[in-house]
Design a protein around this ligand. Structure first.
Ligand code: ADP
Ligand code: ZN
Length: 738
């Protein structure tokens, strides 16, 4: 029986067909092939190779290889197989995300321009004769002579020069070639070279550790726990240089594109001697730019790759080091299948390619931190700010008191924050005001006393379901009625609360009518470059107050910002998610890290209705150790990650009953032969009950072993047919709990 290949056909419809492989061709997954498609020739990418089954006997043969080398390198193919076995995502889907469509498809191609190069140098006499007989030819030849490199014809005079060029070519002086043009995403930027800084003692220890790892046979992942401003980026730069000196290449992952320009800037400035060897990969590139960057990496021309999550799939050869900046960021988790976590893949890839991995953060994730406790990762610390600056002083404002002062109306800006901003305006210093809108209020909090209604079994807030007027625990499914009075203080004011950045902007403008205020959130940054422009103006001190969401919490380095205000810390703290405390601690620590990065001391003001909550208090005192100790205790007591793995199963459909019924069926099947170590929750409506006109139902599974969990879940999913109009998705190591 012949071998068969599953081929993903180039084109928008992403069709997959099987073809028999001719004996004389060596076809492996990742190869580009020519195929017959409905009597016309087409091209595609091989996803899988296997024995053709009996039923496939009359398969058509694929015609030829486009390129003898596969697009996916062998280590990346191994990574793809790992993803398939761990997350249970079909291999073809994984390979589809490893090779971007602009690389696979017909759309992408190298950009070329016609150019003239010198073929033979004319003698002085020949030039003199030419000047007399054919002035135009003489002038063009002079240009080509001076240029000393291929000269695009458009710069010589375009089509009007065609006849003269042809004559020069016939005489053998000039050759016309197709010059490959690189579409450089940073073509319009200039980078002022920087010299390596003298590392301080803390940085030096970390640097030596990484150097040792780079030279080790079996490197162990390293967690760099360094406070905001401790000089982690300087360490990344010098570690990268060291890896390059050893002939090894480097991937640098950043959590979001909004942070990429800063990192790119610092790398291109430092590696100004090797600027052409830096490639960037993120979702803001045009198809052509992505095509060129990808092929520069594949060809080994680019030795450093800076990018967001999917850059973990960059086809880098001789990989020596992967740096994951802000490793705790949830943005590393891909929310569409394959739902991989880029930080975890970095660790796997390093294992497969025997290279080093450096995870950096001021607020490491509990998963990573726990791996250092278990001895799987090494940990190194940087506890001082590199430029000698002090950590900012943090004050916590009790908004229950403000609520009483303002008689129950939404108090948005406390008196303390208002006077502090006024001082900044007078002194010509800048303020960042932060509001976490993503965690919009879905839990009940009593404004006068700050009490939040929680599930007794699961230690997370109950979620308010407006349609059924019920409170639901979305971990265990426990339900409760909505109380009329606060169970703590008997006040009837308990209710949904919350306001967004839009309303906050209106209030800020009213309170500070003379200040220049800018707002950054997903609504205001839809326009291309909007984010970059606002940040540029802010750096140029044209903006006094910058108001924003998560987008402004991290990474930004503005020396003139001396005040950071957090409008409502409870929004993230009481999200119905067991990671809410961790997220809040991280957000507050990161956002506080934006203040006082220059010579002037910084101040942070946190507004909350639960001032004594541990996450807020630990963040206020910059106490990571205290925070993880108590948080890990909670996680262990309630059986949450990092002590378990967690899978979320979601069914959605425009038919409410069918989505619900499908999930109930799956629940029943999962219960049969359930491995003893797995805890299965009841199916419930998702906290986000309806989205994109689809009703959503979900259940959670937890267990100590990810593979046992994934195996059981995927076995049931494969064996259980679901109605066509119900979409079922599984998410292993889920971050977004619905
Ligand atoms: P992080 O990435 O940890 O937030 P950065 O690398 O941005 O920290 O460093 C914070 C500031 O300290 C930057 O302005 C940087 O130039 C400066 N810095 C870093 N390392 C040193 C050093 N060894 N000596 C002097 N200044 C340093
Ligand atoms: Zn519960």
């Amino acid at each position: 029986m012949p071998l068969a290949a599953s081929v993903l056909v180039d084109g928008p419809s992403e069709l997959v067909f099987d073809y028999a492989i001719p004996d004389n061709l060596k076809v492996v997954p990742g190869c580009r092939v020519r195929i017959p498609l409905r009597n016309r020739p087409a091209t595609g990418t091989v996803l899988r190779v296997g024995e053709a089954s009996q039923a496939d006997f009359d398969l058509r043969y694929l015609t030829d290889l486009v390129d003898p080398k596969p697009l996916v390198t062998t280590p990346l193919l191994k990574l793809a197989e790992w993803i398939t076995s761990y997350y249970g995502t079909p291999l073809e889907q994984v390979i589809r995300s490893i090779i971007p469509s602009s690389i696979r498809g017909e759309k992408g191609s190298a950009k070329t321009r016609r150019a003239a190069v010198l073929e033979k140098k004319p003698t002085n006499e020949e030039m003199a004769t030419l000047a007399k007989r054919a002035k135009r030819q003489h002038d063009i030849l002079s240009l080509v002579l001076v240029a000393d490199k291929p000269l695009p014809i458009s710069e010589i005079g375009g089509s009007s020069a065609a006849a003269s060029l042809k004559a020069l070519a016939t005489k053998g002086w000039v050759k016309i070639i197709d010059l490959e043009i690189r579409r450089d995403p940073d073509a319009n930027e200039t980078f002022i070279p920087t010299e390596p800084l003298q590392l301080n003692p803390e940085q030096q220890v970390v640097h030596e550790k990484i150097c040792a790892s780079l030279e080790s046979e079996k490197p162990v992942p390293i967690l760099l726990h360094g406070i905001t401003g401790s000089g982690k980026t300087e360490v990344y730069l010098q570690a990268t240089r060291h890896a390059l000196d050893l002939g090894k290449n480097v991937i640098i992952l950043v959590p979001e594109i909004s942070l990429a320009p800063q990192t790119i800037q610092r790398f291109k400035a430092r590696f100004s001697d090797l600027e052409n060897q830096i490639a960037v990969l993120h979702s803001n590139l045009s198809q052509g730019e992505r095509f060129d960057e990808w092929h520069r990496i594949r060809a080994g021309k680019a030795r450093m790759v800076i990018g967001a999550r999917s850059a973990i799939f960059a086809p880098v050869r001789d990989l020596g080091l992967i740096i994951v900046d802000e490793e705790h960021e949830p943005a590393y988790k891909q929310e569409n299948p394959p739902k991989y976590h880029a930080r975890d893949l970095a660790v796997v890839r390093c294992h497969l390619e025997k290279c080093s991995v450096l995870l950096g953060s001021a607020t490491p994730s509990l998963e990573t931190f726990n791996n250092t406790l278990l001895g799987k990762y090494d940990i190194v610390h940087m506890k001082e700010r590199a430029d000698g600056a002090q950590l900012p002083l943090t004050r916590v404002v009790d908004m229950r008191i403000e609520a009483r002062k303002h008689k129950g109306r939404d108090a948005i800006i406390s008196d303390v924050l208002r006077t502090s901003i006024e001082k900044r305006l007078e002194a010509g210093e800048q303020t960042i005001v932060f509001l976490n809108r993503r965690g919009f209020a879905r839990s009940l909090q009593c404004p006068p006393c700050g009490h939040v209604i929680e599930c007794n079994h699961c230690a997370i807030p109950l979620t308010y379901h407006r349609a059924e007027e019920r409170l639901v625990c979305h971990v265990c499914g426990h339900q409760a009625v909505v109380p009329r009075l606060c169970p703590e203080c008997r006040d009837p004011a308990i209710r949904m609360q919350g306001y967004g950045t839009e309303k906050a902007e209106v209030i800020l403008r009213k309170v500070f009518p003379t200040a220049t205020i800018a707002r950054l959130d997903t609504d205001t940054t839809r326009r291309k470059n909007a984010l970059r422009d606002v940040l540029r103006d802010f750096r140029a001190k044209k903006i006094h107050i910058l108001l924003g969401t998560q987008m402004i919490a991290k990474g930004l380095d503005f020396p003139n910002v001396t005040l950071v205000g957090v409008l409502n810390a409870d929004l993230s703290l009481y999200a119905p998610d067991f990671r809410a405390g961790e997220r809040t601690f991280q957000l507050l620590t990161q956002v506080a890290g934006r203040a006082g990065r220059g010579a002037m001391a910084g101040e942070v003001i946190i507004q909350t209705s639960t001032p004594h909550s541990p996450s807020i208090q630990f963040a206020r005192h910059h106490d990571f150790d205290g925070f993880v100790t108590q948080e890990l205790e909670m996680r262990q007591a309630f059986g949450y990650p990092p002590y378990t793995h967690l899978a979320l199963l979601l069914a959605r459909s425009s038919h409410e009953r069918r989505a619900e019924f499908t999930l109930q069926t799956l629940h029943r099947k999962l219960e049969e032969n359930l491995p003893e170590e797995i805890i299965l929750s009841d199916p419930i409506p998702s906290p986000l009950t309806k989205s994109h006109s689809q009703f959503r139902f979900q259940l959670l599974m937890r267990g100590p072993n990810a593979r046992v969990l994934s195996h059981h879940l995927n076995k049931i999913l494969r064996a259980t047919p679901t109605p066509e109009d119900v979409i079922v998705t599984a998410d292993l190591d889920a971050y977004d709990l619905g």
